[in-house]
Design a protein around this ligand. Structure first.
Ligand code: 5AD
Ligand code: SF4
Length: 487
């Protein structure tokens, strides 16, 4: 079928044997010299990849590509991958296998891998997966149109994983996708990581730190606010070292102050932080800046000083304790979360118990816990992986069980309180027999999900989305709260 500009079409998946999806209405841009095409991206891993996926869409827009959820309709399928742990990588490989039949069916289809696995594997991935057309690392998102041209030329299969030199790396202004109608968005403020944590592959896949200019960050946040965004999360592997590569012309806390002045912006969050670079200047922003929400993700990784040294984290548990104490002094209600690795090479039972003790002491609101997994090229992968798999599994279970109990106790403390909630939208409809209601969801400043009900209808949806409202909490479940609107 030939599509003509300016008309609406009902399209069907090209291969119903592989994917059975509902037909969807699509519009065809009338002002593009390029034929309409579709791109399907599956995103794995961290928020940085979510942000990069949006940049992929942005880079392809001039070529008249529209994002689609339906891989069978796509002319281009990309997996934006994560290699931080082995499991994420395996997940991506099995997904590639599932997509392979589409290549047989559609000669025009380009299948590519982006993100951290692409950076790590490069040419090797092309050799391993014969039906793959394109592999490119995170530094090359902006060049995607050129890479596609190369794939479609005689050159054929392409792998592009060179890193730009720090001084040559340029950030392109991120354009908001108005159609996304998001209340909360990510803004990358830097790329790469200059730390050398021995377990971590990120410095190899994302390269050296480069900070985006303060002016560009402020501009990007302003652009988002203009299309209705009320909350931004500033992203980087270690945002606390923002500006270090530019001789600290602007410190991270100064950047927070600049963003805080943006009119119409309600909340700011940031991730991730390194305890070593978590300065008093940054901590003092809590309770002082209007927009800075009381939530801090501060990965500790282990409760043992010996393990921290082997991980080359460059801090002790006493230093970490001091940071937490100061944060809680500044913002008593601040929610804290962390990352934990169990079963790092050489971790003894006693050292693991130190991690358990730290969890009992700090009482985080939530944690992300992982079994250590050796990553290629890292220092730790040269160490003997001494903790047997069943012990890693047991330690992970113990950590999660303890934390579930702490989280449940913390969630209970919200009941009866009236909290400020930023409404994100309806989460489901509720059939009440005679009438229907929307269950709406939003988040507290401490990043906890709150559900509440309103009468069904566009009126409530449009009126409340993006609003700050007060909700009285009646019930706390494992990961979310339920309440009633009071104002
Ligand atoms: N094994 C297990 N967990 C890891 N992380 C990073 N590398 C590894 C690894 N090799 C975890 C850390 C980090 C989070 C993003 O992922 O806890 O903070
Ligand atoms: Fe990895 Fe450490 Fe950098 Fe975090 S700070 S991205 S754990 S090297």
């Amino acid at each position: 079928m030939t599509l003509s500009p300016g008309r609406w079409y009902v399209t069907r998946p090209t291969d119903p044997r592989v994917y059975t999806l509902e037909p969807t209405l699509v519009s065809v841009r009338s002002d593009s010299p390029h034929p309409p095409r579709y791109v399907h991206v599956q995103t794995f891993g961290c928020q940085m990849n979510v942000y990069d996926t949006d940049r992929i869409f942005q880079a392809l827009e001039p070529l008249n590509y529209t994002p689609t959820d339906d891989p069978a309709r796509a002319n281009l399928i990309l997996l934006n991958t994560c290699s931080v742990r082995d499991k994420a990588e395996q997940k991506m490989m099995s997904q590639l296998g599932r997509l392979a039949p589409l290549k047989e069916y559609n000669d025009d289809l380009v299948l590519g891998v982006a993100g951290c696995v692409a950076q790590q594997e490069g040419e090797r991935l092309l050799k391993k997966v014969p039906y793959l057309d394109l592999v490119f690392g995170p530094d090359h998102v902006q060049e995607l149109p050129k890479l596609l041209e190369r794939v479609r030329s005689d050159e054929g299969r392409v792998s592009e994983t060179t890193f730009f030199k720090r001084k040559n790396y340029e950030f392109i202004e991120a354009k908001p996708r108005e159609s996304a109608e998001k209340v909360s968005e990510f803004v990358t403020i830097m790329k790469g990581c200059d730390k050398v944590c021995t377990f971590c592959i990120v410095p190899f896949t994302r390269g050296r730190e480069v900070s985006k200019s303060r002016e560009l960050i402020v501009k990007e946040v302003e652009n988002l606010v203009e299309v209705g965004v009320k909350e931004v999360t500033l992203l980087g592997q270690n945002v606390n070292s923002y500006g270090k590569d530019k001789d600290r012309e602007v410190h991270f806390d100064e950047l927070l102050r600049a963003v805080d002045e943006i009119e119409g912006l309600e909340r700011v969050r940031f991730t991730t932080s390194h305890p070593m670079d978590c300065t008093d200047g940054l901590i003092d922003c809590f309770g002082e800046l209007r927009t800075l929400a009381e939530y801090f993700h501060l990965p500790v990784q282990s409760g043992s000083d010996r393990v921290l040294e082997a991980m080359r984290r460059h801090y002790t548990i006493d230093h970490y304790r001091d940071r937490v104490a100061r944060l809680r002094e500044r913002a008593p209600d601040i929610a804290l979360s962390t990352d934990i690795i169990v079963g790092f090479p050489g971790e003894t039972e006693e050292e693991f118990e130190e991690t358990m003790a730290l969890l009992r002491e700090v009482r985080y609101d939530s944690i992300f816990a992982f079994k250590y997994s050796p990553r290629p090229g890292t220092k730790a992968s040269e160490m003997e992986d001494t903790v047997p798999e069943p012990d890693k599994t047991r330690r992970l279970d113990q950590v999660l069980k303890l934390q579930n109990q702490i989280t449940a106790e913390k969630m209970q403390t919200y009941t009866g309180k009236t909290l400020e909630v930023l409404v994100e939208g309806p989460s489901r409809s509720v059939d009440k027999g005679q009438s229907h209601e929307w269950q709406m969801m939003g988040r507290t400043r401490t990043n906890v999900i709150v559900n509440f009900r309103v009468p069904m209808g566009d009126f409530w949806n449009n009126r409340l989305k993006g609003e700050l409202i007060k909700v009285r909490i009646d019930e706390a479940k494992a990961h979310s709260l339920y309440g009633q609107v009071v104002a």
